[in-house]
Design a protein around this ligand. Structure first.
Ligand SMILES: NC(=O)C1=CN([C@@H]2O[C@H](COP(=O)(O)OP(=O)(O)OC[C@H]3O[C@@H](n4cnc5c(N)ncnc54)[C@H](O)[C@@H]3O)[C@@H](O)[C@H]2O)C=CC1
Ligand SMILES: CC(C)CC(=O)C(=O)O
Ligand SMILES: [Mg+2]
Length: 341
């Protein structure tokens, strides 16, 4: 019986995590869930964003399902303070999850829910491969004498492995996004990605694009992109932007892979404090993260496809939460998905 470490987290995290668990139980039937506080919930209980005990349990699990961490209660601008997001950074780093896959596939039923024109988003099928354990979010930082700094560091090895992950995921084209006209890390990135391409994946087309132009092209010509590979912060920002091709940030799932132990599955969105506690969050990004857990975490392609197809069918029948222009609750959307399984 596969054991899933469940970290519901904060805000809408527990609301959407409950939906995903219901759907996973319905489609799989043989999973056990072992729940741990993380983020603000763990700070309230234990004073840290994730405890060593929870980390040990997570490490021993078969896969990790996470809702979202953070919220205004724990927000502070004091340098060095305990913050919920530290839980995420520890999970990703300690589990060695350097490859974050963020598929962006607008569903036909939601073409008109996107603020972009239908003709732009039809048949978009994009994968953002975000480097997840290096770069600006993991570099040395500090505040001293009226100045603050963050540093972006990448090693050749870190770039090689994320480049391989992207080329392996591509059928015909990889777009590498950087800021090589300014940053040394980006110039190294471009050099290493090009070498890995030339030596190991010459049959895949490789293009390089600067991150500011990439942000523009994502909304001007999204069908251009197949696989995008980029560093941690650029991928974080571009994927929230890309989510609007699907109608809402609440739609996108992710898989964080690359470690020797369990992989981690979570939606792209955060804890959405503005709508938390009202039962109106869109659970689909979280439910689809459950599908990715079945596929990449447990090797259960059939069950993963069944969840994805149930989501499609439920949306085809017209159910929508508020972020997609509807009035359905989280529970109603979950029920609609369960009915299609
Ligand atoms: N992986 C994680 O745990 C992440 C945590 N965060 C944390 O979440 C907190 C809130 O951050 P924000 O910048 O507000 O980003 P957010 O992603 O939580 O919300 C941005 C906007 O999208 C909406 N939204 C997000 N998910 C939704 C869903 N499933 N259904 C309907 N609407 C949804 C929210 O209502 C809000 O208007 C912060 O503490 C931040 O650090 C942010 C991003 C990722
Ligand atoms: C704490 C943040 C880096 C979380 C986030 O926005 C993300 O991983 O997408
Ligand atoms: Mg983000």
């Amino acid at each position: 019986m596969p054991n899933i470490a469940l970290l519901p987290g904060d805000g809408i995290g527990p609301e959407v995590a409950a939906s995903a668990v219901e759907v996973l139980n319905a489609v799989a039937g043989d999973l056990s869930f072992d729940e741990h506080p993380a983020g603000g919930a763990a700070i309230d209980l234990h004073g840290v964003a994730i405890t060593d005990e929870a980390m040990a349990a997570v490490t021993a699990s078969d896969a990790v399902l996470l809702g979202a961490l953070g919220g205004p209660k724990w927000d502070t601008n004091e340098p060095g303070a305990v913050r919920p997001e530290q839980g995420l950074f520890r999970l990703r780093a300690d589990l060695g999850l350097y490859a974050n896959l963020r598929p962006v596939r607008p569903l036909r039923a939601l073409y008109d829910a996107s603020p972009l024109k239908r003709e732009l988003i039809e048949n978009v099928d994009m994968l953002i491969v975000r480097e997840l354990t290096g770069g600006l979010y993991y570099g040395e930082r500090g505040t001293e004498n009226g100045r603050a700094f963050d540093t972006m560091v990448y090693t050749v090895e870190e770039i090689e492995r994320i480049a391989r992950a992207a080329f392996n995921a591509a059928k015909s084209r990889v777009t590498s996004v950087d800021k090589a006209n300014v940053l040394d890390t980006s110039r190294l990135w471009r050099k290493v990605v090009t070498r890995i391409h030339d030596e190991e994946f010459p049959n895949i087309e490789l293009e390089h694009i600067l991150v500011d132009a990439a942000a523009m092209k994502l909304v001007a010509a999204p069908r251009h992109f197949e696989v995008i590979v980029t560093e941690n912060m650029f991928g974080d920002i571009l994927s929230d932007e890309a989510s609007m091709l699907t109608g809402s940030l609440g739609m996108l799932p992710t898989a964080s892979l690359g470690g020797n132990g369990p992989s981690l599955f979570e939606p792209v969105h955060g804890s959405a404090p503005d709508i938390a506690g009202q039962g109106i969050a869109n659970p689909i990004g979280m439910i689809l993260s459950g599908a990715l857990l079945l596929r990449h975490g447990l090797g259960r392609e059939e069950q993963a496809a069944a969840v994805e197809s149930a989501v499609d069918k439920a949306l085809e029948k017209g159910i929508r939460t508020g972020d997609l222009g509807g009035t359905a609750t989280t529970a109603e959307v979950t029920k609609a998905v369960l009915e299609e399984l």
